[in-house]
Design a protein around this ligand. Structure first.
Ligand SMILES: NC(=O)C1=CN([C@@H]2O[C@H](COP(=O)(O)OP(=O)(O)OC[C@H]3O[C@@H](n4cnc5c(N)ncnc54)[C@H](OP(=O)(O)O)[C@@H]3O)[C@@H](O)[C@H]2O)C=CC1
Ligand SMILES: O=C(CO)COP(=O)(O)O
Ligand SMILES: [Zn+2]
Length: 352
């Protein structure tokens, strides 16, 4: 008897383009979100977008609240929940990079209210995904959460953000190549369920971005448009899979471990990009695809070395040899690679 079932949760509206920030309230009304909005943001995104959104809600008499968060931690989610419960919240609006968006996503899931995602940078592919990513002690959780009901991505705001944030988003997309390879490997060796659709979408998104690399340039709104579309597409792949597997493999484990070993040194996207060069080398050896990954990253101004990340060679090696410990996710790292193998991968690829 056929007993399979699947529930794919996707955003209802994705509004992308020039000055769409000014339509935020209109999008909220169109998606039938009601009640008092709680805007969750961080310092810089508050200045570039969240204050303007709050002003829209105030002008409409919606009586909004705003909360500023710093880190993507469970404590920060608790802080947001406390504010939300104190105001009888109607829905949440996450405004900023990956951290405030993840916090708003997880808090809205707890409260069982809707959430709108307003990215201020094209720096990560969690913008539409139904996952939150949270470090805790020695581990890193990929938390199931409802995806945003709507996304409002203003290409003007995003193009004005520092270029390195866009190059980080590009690298987060390029990392899909090795994430999909790891997922297929886990399927073959560990019988981990694999979705052909999600895998193909994730890989195609990376291919399309790399094919367009020549036209992705700083301060160009057209470039913000292209990268945002890729980030949305990658998030949809995660929603189809019901996990972050299509966009997070060994290169992400490496990055998560680097977050613990050398916190605050580099952006998430840049770390996973360098992790991808290493993961590609581990998958297919010296003659494999690692040069293509490195060259694609370099062509988009993303770092390809430990130096470029601002971390030491020792920190790279420690992250690479311990990355398998961070979570129970089978990848090319298996049950861990030796120090010698890590040194070889990192030196042959020029990462150290
Ligand atoms: N849930 C998911 O599926 C995914 C989650 N993630 C998570 O997202 C996070 C990484 O995302 P990332 O965006 O790099 O992290 P942050 O939210 O920390 O943003 C990076 C930096 O960009 C700044 N910033 C954001 N927008 C602007 C702007 N318009 N102008 C100037 N500066 C700006 C932020 O400022 P400030 O310091 O003021 O916030 C911050 O310093 C990680 O926690 C990662 O795990 C990543 C991919 C997928
Ligand atoms: O960053 C992600 C995808 O780009 C997902 O993060 P996790 O590795 O925590 O699932
Ligand atoms: Zn990522």
């Amino acid at each position: 008897m056929f007993e399979k079932s699947k529930w794919i949760r996707l955003p209802r509206s994705v509004v992308l383009g020039h000055d769409v920030l000014s339509q935020t309230r209109e999008v909220v009304v169109e998606t039938h979100l009601t009640g008092r909005p709680l805007v969750v943001t961080s310092e810089t995104p508050r200045e570039v977008a969240a204050d303007r959104i709050v002003a829209q809600f105030e002008a409409a008499g919606d009586d909004p609240e705003l909360v500023v968060v710093e880190e993507a931690t469970f404590e920060a989610v608790e802080d947001v929940l406390e504010v939300a419960r104190g105001m009888d919240v109607g829905y949440l609006v996450g405004v900023g990079g990956g951290k405030p968006i993840d916090i708003a996503k997880m808090a809205s899931d707890h409260l069982n209210v809707g959430f709108v995602s307003v990215p201020t940078a094209a720096s990560h592919d969690g913008i539409v995904s139904g996952r939150g990513s949270v470090p805790e002690g020695d581990t890193r959780h990929s938390v199931a959460a409802a995806p945003p009901v709507a996304v409002v991505a203003d290409t003007g705001v995003i193009a004005d953000a520092p270029w390195e944030l866009t190059t980080a988003g590009c690298a987060d997309i390029i990392s899909n190549y090795t994430a999909v390879k790891d997922w297929r490997l886990a399927n073959r060796l560990q019988n981990v369920p694999y979705s052909e659709y999600a895998g193909a979408l994730s890989q195609m998104t990376a291919e399309m971005l790399v094919d367009s690399a020549d036209s992705i340039k700083p301060e160009l709104e057209e470039s913000a448009w292209m990268v945002m579309k890729a980030l949305v597409s990658s998030g949809v792949a995660m929603s189809i899979a019901g996990s972050s597997r299509p966009a997070s493999g060994s290169e992400h484990l490496f990055s998560h471990q680097l977050d613990r070993i050398a916190p605050g040194k580099a952006l998430h996207g840049h770390q996973v990009g360098v992790g991808s060069i290493l993961a590609e080398y581990l998958h297919s050896g010296e003659q494999g695809q690692w040069r293509s990954v490195r060259d694609a990253l370099a062509s988009l101004d993303a770092p390809t070395t430990a130096d470029g990340l601002g971390v030491t060679d020792e920190e790279v090696l420690e992250a690479l040899t311990s990355a398998h410990e961070i979570r129970d996710r089978y990848t090319i790292l298996g049950s861990g690679i030796s120090e010698d193998a890590a040194v070889e991968a990192a030196t042959k690829t020029g990462v150290i």
